[in-house]
Design a protein around this ligand. Structure first.
Ligand code: FAD
Length: 348
């Protein structure tokens, strides 16, 4: 299919790359500009929880989009694997929220009651059932636990590998190590790095508002929100569901790598690893999975979540400029629905 429409996508994270691929499938001629390498920023760092159960507190358009995107995920991964030939570690594993104090338990139950009204399913499970999921979880002082069968995990690095292959197959012109500093809007067209396009899609994550725009109002603010994650090497099956306790979560990749996270830091574009924060993450994770105490961490990394006042997903003031940023903690979850939304808005 070729419809002669052209798009410049700025930013080769999971959001920009998913959009580029979907538009190319519709016959658009797409150039994907990436200042570094595809999938080397937040979309490399993300833990990959697909977890409306852990992220959505109440009904909102954002909650609806999270729930919708979760419902698209199995088919999205299936299509990526089939079309690219690249394996993807995707687990329909559910999640358990653990409460070790009566206050925590009251809070979890209240949240779950609201979530059920918007279609997020959870059920109370006994300490014995928690142990049946994983004998390693601390259950001695558990006051309550909720199981969320709909939550899952994916390895975002696998998704990015598949998307790179598919952009290549679909004829997307992938321009790595190429920064876009300026977009000129001229009527129904956008000039990007010397060429004119029918649409310019800003999917530059935390860096989005650094792009200057002429001929349209300036872009809404974006902000990097740093997060640390720790990886441990543990026998497979030690953590077969996502475990959550307060702000701490644990999940295990299909390789056995167990990931514990995460911090939320407003520290600009700094990516340094901070030993006190790593220690704090460890201290928060070990009461949930005491076996971690004896293990040295195999890996520690940071990433910059794309924060913004809200999620921007659609045309900016009706012109050829299109925004796709502000996914913050949920860009991996939201990738399929974000691409679907943008394609529906500009390509149908
Ligand atoms: P990015 O992946 O950051 O991509 C933006 C790209 O734009 C970058 O590659 C950058 O180099 C490029 N770029 C920037 N400026 C320019 C320019 N001017 N010209 C050209 N290129 C440019 N999400 C979940 O759903 N589940 C999770 O469990 C989860 N855990 C997380 C844990 C951590 C520690 C972190 C950091 C994030 C986590 N996230 C999670 C969030 C998720 O990773 C992000 O929301 C998602 O990756 C955002 O994707 P993106 O494509 O918008 O941004």
């Amino acid at each position: 299919m070729n419809n002669n429409s052209t798009a410049a996508v700025i930013g080769g994270g999971i959001i920009g790359t998913s959009i580029a691929w979907r538009l190319a499938q519709r016959g658009w001629r797409v150039t994907l500009f990436e200042k570094g390498e595809l999938g080397s920023e937040a979309s490399w760092a993300g833990a990959g929880m697909l977890a409306p159960g852990g992220e959505v507190e109440e009904g909102s358009p954002f909650a609806d989009l999270c729930i919708h995107s979760r419902s698209l995920y199995a088919a999205y991964v299936e299509e990526l694997v089939r079309a690219s030939g690249a394996p993807i570690d995707y687990q329909e594993c559910g999640a358990i929220d653990l409460a070790y104090t009566p206050d925590d338990w009251t809070r979890l139950q209240a949240r779950a009651a609201i979530q059920r009204t918007i279609g997020i399913v959870s059920r109370e499970i006994s300490p014995d059932r928690v142990q049946a999921f994983s004998p390693y979880v601390r259950t001695d002082s558990l006051t309550g636990a909720l199981f969320y069968p709909g939550d899952g995990i994916v390895n975002p690095r696998d998704i990015m590998r598949a998307l790179r292959i598919l952009c290549g197959k679909q004829g997307v012109d992938v321009s790595e190590h190429t920064i876009v500093e300026h977009i000129d809007i001229r009527g129904s067209h956008a000039d990007v790095n010397g060429l004119s396009y029918d649409a310019a899609i800003v999917a530059a994550g935390a860096w989005s508002d650094r792009i200057e725009v002429a001929g349209a109002p300036p872009l809404p603010a974006s902000e990097p929100v740093k997060g640390h994650l720790i990886g441990f090497d543990l026998q497979l099956g030690a953590c077969p569901t996502i475990l959550r306790h307060g702000h701490t979560y644990l999940l295990q990749r299909g390789t056995g790598r167990l990931i514990a996270g995460s911090s939320v830091e407003h520290a600009g574009f700094d990516r340094e690893i901070s030993s006190p924060i790593v220690e704090r993450l460890r201290d928060n994770a070990t009461p949930v999975l005491p076996g971690l105490e004896k293990l040295g961490s195999a890996d520690v990394w940071t990433g910059l979540r794309p924060g913004a006042q809200q999620l921007y997903l659609g045309r900016w003031h009706g012109g050829p400029l299109v925004l796709a940023y502000g996914h913050f903690r949920n860009g991996i979850l939201l990738a399929p629905a974000s691409a679907e939304r943008i394609v529906a808005e500009i390509a149908s």
